[in-house]
Design a binder for this molecule. Structure first.
Ligand code: RB5
Length: 147
């Protein structure tokens, strides 16, 4: 399943991404926020990511003003590899090389058209594995070494 989350800075972009996903018949769960009212991004990133880590097949898209706040918060959740992207190459390679499971986007950085392209390549690119798996394992080791 694909899980979406946003604060007020990313709310409009999240809504545009939902329109894009609806047009492609891609299922998702919207974890909020549900309006442009000001709301803190960390709890939204946390609750969205806690759904994502329930299955290794899950993925997520998080939006805030810059995409940075949600990415920092998301990466605190064990098992999350969140990448803040605003260009096509990064959105593609964070799947190929980092096996990212969350795409973070800035509602004040990217427009709806570019966001749809980034979502499309993120969702349709497979992890390459091989030497990159060793590097992901090293990241997991860092996570597991924390108290
Ligand atoms: C909210 O104004 C803004 O700080 C937030 O959306 C995000 O950009 C934080 O990184």
């Amino acid at each position: 399943m694909l899980y979406l989350g946003a604060d007020h800075g990313g709310y409009e972009l999240k809504e545009s991404i939902k329109d894009y996903l609806d047009g492609k018949n891609i299922e998702y769960v919207d974890c909020g926020t549900d309006s442009p009212e000001s709301v803190d991004y960390a709890p939204i990133a946390e609750r969205t990511c806690k759904k994502i880590i329930e299955s290794k097949d899950n993925m997520g898209i998080l939006c805030c003003g810059t995409g940075i706040g949600v990415s920092i918060a998301a990466n605190k959740v064990k098992g999350i590899r969140a990448a803040c992207c605003s260009d096509y190459f990064s959105a593609k390679y964070t799947r190929l090389h980092n096996n990212a499971n969350v795409l973070c986007l800035g509602g004040r950085v990217v427009g709806a058209g570019l966001a749809a392209e980034l979502v499309d390549v993120f969702l349709n690119t497979e992890f390459e594995g091989g030497r990159h798996q060793r590097r992901i394992d090293q990241i997991t080791d860092i996570e597991n070494s924390q108290k």
